[in-house]
Design a protein around this ligand. Sequence first.
Ligand SMILES: [Zn+2]
Length: 435
Amino acid sequence: MANPPVRGKDDKRRERADQASTPAPERKKGGGKTRPAESGVAPKSPGKKIIDKSDTKKKGRKRTSGKSPNKDIIPKSRKRSPIRIGGRTIPPGTKSEIHLKVSEHYTAQKVDIPVTVIRGRRAGPRLFLTAAVHGDEVNGVQIIREVIDQIEAETIRGTIIAAPVVNRFGFVSHSRYMPDRRDLNRVFPGDPKGNTSQRYAHNVFKHIINPCDYGIDLHTAGYQRHNLPQVRGDMSNDEVRRLAKAFGAEVILDKRGAKGTLRQVATDHGVPTIIYEAGETFRFQRDVISQGVTGILNVMRELNMLAGEPVRPRYQVITKTSAWVRTDHGGLMETFVQAGSVVHKGELIGIITNPFGQERGQILAPFTGIVVGVTLLPMVNPGAPICHMVKLKKTLRTVREHVVPESVPIEGEVPFPGFTPTRAPGEPEEEEIEG
Ligand SMILES: [Zn+2]
């Protein structure tokens, strides 16, 4: 297949264009969910794509994108648009470290956040990477640092705009939140005349999110919880679906983000964005960091920003159905599952005891599925979430084949390990159950 076109081969001409004083034109928002004509992405050869057979069978799913007419064409408006961040113009073929001012302390000093921009010599999409939007979620900080350490402007197409510490206030104060006690991830796209968090979000959105074509936002589970590495996104958007599958997490939760979340607002503004949810707060966890780095490089390969084949997962399940299992009793809990466990309906998940050691209740799996999140705190009140489960039905056999070392046969099902997988590793299967 022919190489994707580049934005002109004459570097000098590009540099001149970059030095032009006119800033990048603001995008029209218009409430449109996509801006396919601006994606500026060269398609991969069909052979490299992960094929989702279930795509062809989907009923009633409304796609909000996928009309990208010809992704080889980089529109004129983008061909020469300079990349300017924090008052600096980023020339092609450079890696720049920028302190982007987003707010001010009450000591009247500026609050800036570190942004690394890696602009390849060759043209291509712009991808943002963000982490620590919740200031206590630091796995993503390390993921971004490792990615930008591995990426060189000489080897990529397009541009990476990476902000490893988005919520600097929360990051330095060991808090999920902003100083006005708001959740930064509920106030995007922000408002330049709004409250403290809204103004902060506006600056992040304007300088980091809006100039990009795609995005990956990195999170962990909430405080005292652990998440199986997973991707979440609004899979009704074809470009989000493309990124989510390419990232290569084994579990994809197909969900619209809540109002004001970076990923949903970005997607709705025409910047298809996924989130990677993995691990715990306040920790650098090697396994989830490595998977995150691999996932980002996979997405870059899918977008033709980076050469090479994506690393495929053991299996991949796309599902809309997940639920928190809660306890009805207060007490001390012992759990028998962990993130990644496959549990069957009625199976014992945990036991609640009182301080004398007497059993107060058992927590049983309400359905069959895989545990994608667990609480780490043994002290529980009635209603406390114990574990987050994804329901598996159609995909159960595949998941169990890969996850359970010596799968126990279930009544009425094909016994294991006699089951022969019919799918190639990593080929997505989609759950169709809802609710
Ligand atoms: Zn988060």
